[in-house]
Design a protein around this ligand. Structure first.
Ligand code: 4AD
Ligand code: MG
Length: 437
């Protein structure tokens, strides 16, 4: 295909700069309808979804025949004039004058009829091309970019944690084990211990990478491979950390509202509701008070239990905002969390629960700084001390108060997009029953 110099090759997302001009766009055909005189082509070019109108009276017979013969997902170069069109969801359409087929497509499996979820995820490599995945993953991309922007602005250094590791700070029941030249190794559950080492070198760091949990429970909030952002801050107590966390969440939501208007419309997400979540501060409720509140509302919970999904949903909906539940029982939290000043049954921790049923989006705490205490906790858990000696070193050489937290990216994506199930929030989900594609 020879492109002429006069006809600019553009992306449809830039249509507003080309109204009334003839352009060429590389695109795929999603659907098509029409009559003997006109064909309406539903197109996408990787930046947006738009319509091309082919009027028999305005094009050569050959072009009209080509338009009529296009199959779902055929790739084409389509040339024509850009028009504003208030009726189309994107706001622009193309009056087509020429079509060149690039790659044919036959018997595309995801037809316009309804398909079951399992089928769509078996075809995830193709399903990515469709409206809902496109909108959801564009928003995920905004969250990733906004994360770097926020932490750069706040003076953090991005520090990459390893994926292969010997430690298991979040409990030993959900580990993926692998053979590392004859030694057992695990896929990382968290980058936190490495982030703590980093905070002692760079002050404020964040890790951002895939983390792994062999979660056997099938829920709509659990993946076996998910991406976590783990900031860790030296010389920062829990109160300051909570303020940073809420600023971060409000920043992420604002960035999506600013950049993803079209995608939020596609997903029918209530923007005013999202905007209300940018109002700070978020309420802080102690675990003790949360248990009382739940009991007063007929939940069958005892002090000491971890909250399940119905409890989390009730708590955040009660405040109609993300809510911090602070100071959990020590017995249900990891060994590294800082002991409370006056009570030995709780730790200085906080989970941030999202409203509308999206569950825990952040888990974090201040970290205990005492060498002997931590060594003892690790021994009590029966963990292999060789794997934690380096971590304990951090308490030997200039230990300082420090805090950190982990945001589950996919949980945040479901919350912002309003997606029911976490599998929608990652390009290629890994769950107990899914390793492919
Ligand atoms: O609460 P978690 O287990 O905390 C940690 O891993 C700490 N090391 C974080 C830290 O303090 N640096 O996990 C943190 C977050 C959860 O709040 C949740 O959003 C997400 O990670 N998460 C999952 N997301 C998807 N699938 C799973 N199986 C998840 N498990 C945790
Ligand atoms: Mg947690």
């Amino acid at each position: 295909i020879v492109m002429t110099e006069e006809i600019p090759k553009i992306k449809i997302i830039d249509a507003k700069n080309f109204v009334g001009k003839t352009v060429t766009i590389g695109a795929w055909l999603r659907q098509k309808r029409g009559s003997g005189k006109i064909a309406f082509l539903q197109l996408r070019d990787g930046t947006a979804f738009f319509q091309g109108v082919v009027a028999k009276a305005d094009v050569s017979e050959e072009v009209f025949e080509t338009a009529k013969s296009l199959k779902q997902e055929t790739s084409i170069y389509v040339t024509g004039e850009i028009h504003e069109d208030a009726r189309s969801s994107f706001g622009y359409e193309m009056a087509v004058s020429d079509i060149k087929v690039i790659g044919e497509s036959h018997d595309y499996p995801i037809t316009p009829k309804e398909h079951g979820t399992e089928f769509l995820f078996d075809e995830r490599h193709l399903y990515l091309r469709h409206l809902k995945p496109f909108a959801t993953l564009k928003i995920r991309n905004t969250l990733v970019a906004a994360t770097y922007e926020f932490f750069n602005k706040e003076g953090f250094t991005k520090l990459d944690a390893p994926v292969l590791t010997g430690s298991a700070p979040e409990g030993t029941t959900e580990l993926f084990e692998t053979d590392y030249f004859g030694e057992p190794a695990f896929l990382s559950q968290t980058g936190q211990l490495y982030a703590e080492a980093g905070a002692m070198a760079f002050g404020k760091v964040f890790t951002f990478g895939p983390t792994f949990r062999a979660e056997k429970s099938k829920t709509r909030r659990h993946l076996t491979e998910f991406w976590m952002i783990e900031p860790e801050m030296a010389f920062m107590d829990q109160e300051e950390s909570l303020k940073l966390q809420e600023r971060y969440i409000a920043f992420l939501i604002s960035k999506v509202l600013e950049n993803n208007d079209q995608e939020l419309d596609i997903l029918k997400r209530d923007k005013d509701l999202l905007r209300s979540y940018t109002q700070l501060p978020y309420p802080r409720v102690s675990y003790d008070d949360a248990v009382k509140l739940l009991q007063d509302n007929d939940f069958d919970v005892e002090w000491g239990v971890d909250f399940g999904s119905p409890e989390e949903t009730f708590l955040a909906n009660h405040f109609a905002k993300p809510v911090f539940i602070v100071n959990f029982p020590k017995a249900i939290k990891p060994f590294y969390m800082k002991r409370h000043k006056t009570r030995d049954d709780i730790v200085v921790s906080a989970d941030l629960l999202a409203p509308e049923g999206y569950g825990e989006i952040i888990g974090g705490s201040e970290r205990d700084t005492d060498y002997d205490y931590l060594k003892n906790e690790i021994e009590k858990l029966g963990l292999n001390m060789d794997e934690y000696a380096w971590y304990l070193d951090l308490r030997k050489y200039g230990s300082v108060p420090h805090s950190g937290f982990g945001l589950g990216l996919e949980r945040m994506v479901t919350f912002v997009t309003g997606e029911e199930h976490i599998r929608e929030a990652i390009p290629f989900p890994r769950m107990t029953n899914r390793l492919r594609p």
